[in-house]
Design a protein around this ligand. Structure first.
Ligand code: OGA
Ligand code: MN
Length: 230
C-alpha cells in the first residue's frame, strides 16, 4: 500500500478520534437557531454561531453540474473497482470506499485550484494528493478530529451527488454544536478552532435533519483538500 494512503487511514483511527457525542437531539425541538441570511448553518447558541463564523464556511453551488460530472467521470471508474467497507465497526467511517489522487485531468485540476485559492492562504503548503471518500447511501462518518500530525489548520471539501449534514461538536463541551447543510455541489471550509476543538461528522440518512427539515442522504462523494501542519 502506498504510504500516503496509510497516512490518510490514520485520520480515521479511533485513537485519534475524540468523544462520541451521539446524544444530540436534532430538529425543531432542540432550539435550533438559524444563522442569518442564506448561511446554511444552525447552532446551539447565537454566541457560538457568531464565534465560528470566521472559521466555518459553506459555499453553496461552488461547482456547476458540468463540473460535478467531470469529477464523476474521473473518479467513478476507479471507485467502482473497490468494495464499500462496512465491517470495521471501530473505524470512524462506515459504509465507504476511498482513494487519493495527485494528478487530475485539466477540468478537475482547474476546479481544485479554485478550491485551493478560496480556502488556503497563498503561502500554505498543501498535502499533495487530494482525498476522495465515497459514502454508500447507508454510510456515514462518525465524530472525529483529523490527525494533527498529518493535517494543518484548514480542511476544504466539495460534496458531490447528495446533500448531507455535517455536525460540529465542541470536544470538551458537547452542548456546543453547529450543524452545516452541505448541499450537493457545495464547498465547506473548516479552519482553526472549528478544525481543532470541534469534532466533525457526516450524519447517516436516518439522522439527516437540518433545522427540523429532513435532508435525504444518498450516495455522497467528497473531495477533500488539506494543508500540511505548520
Ligand atoms: C475525513 C472527513 C468529511 C467529508 O475524511 O476526515 O471528515 O466531507 N471527511 O467527507
Ligand atoms: Mn475529518
Amino acid at each position: 500500500m502506498k504510504v500516503l494512503l496509510a497516512v490518510l487511514k490514520q485520520i480515521h483511527k479511533p485513537a485519534l478520534c475524540t468523544g462520541n457525542p451521539r446524544c444530540l437531539s436534532s430538529g425543531a425541538t432542540s432550539g435550533l437557531l438559524p444563522l442569518g441570511d442564506e448561511a446554511p448553518m444552525v447552532g446551539s447558541s447565537p454566541e457560538l454561531v457568531q464565534k465560528l463564523r470566521s472559521q466555518v464556511e459553506v459555499r453553496t453551488d461552488f461547482i456547476t453540474e458540468a463540473e460535478e460530472a467531470a469529477f464523476l467521470r474521473e473518479l467513478d471508474p476507479g471507485l467502482k473497482k473497490k468494495r464499500y467497507e462496512f465491517d470495521h465497526w471501530d473505524d470512524a467511517i462506515h459504509g465507504y470506499r476511498e482513494t487519493e489522487r495527485l494528478r487530475w485531468g485539466a477540468a478537475c485540476e482547474e476546479i481544485l485550484n479554485r478550491v485551493r485559492s478560496t480556502a488556503f492562504p497563498e503561502c500554505s503548503q498543501l498535502l499533495g494528493p487530494v482525498h476522495v471518500i465515497d459514502l454508500d447511501n447507508t454510510g456515514y462518518i462518525k465524530p472525529h478530529i483529523d490527525s494533527v500530525k498529518f493535517c494543518g489548520s484548514t480542511i476544504a471539501g466539495l460534496s458531490l451527488l447528495s446533500d448531507s449534514i455535517m455536525r460540529l461538536v465542541k470536544e470538551d463541551t458537547p452542548s456546543e454544536w453547529l450543524d452545516l447543510l452541505l448541499s450537493r455541489r457545495s464547498l465547506y471550509i473548516l479552519r482553526d478552532q472549528a478544525r481543532y476543538k470541534f469534532t466533525h461528522e457526516i450524519l447517516k440518512n436516518e439522522e439527516s435533519v437540518f433545522n427540523g427539515q429532513r435532508v435525504p442522504r444518498q450516495r455522497r462523494i467528497s473531495v477533500i483538500c488539506r494543508n500540511l501542519p505548520g
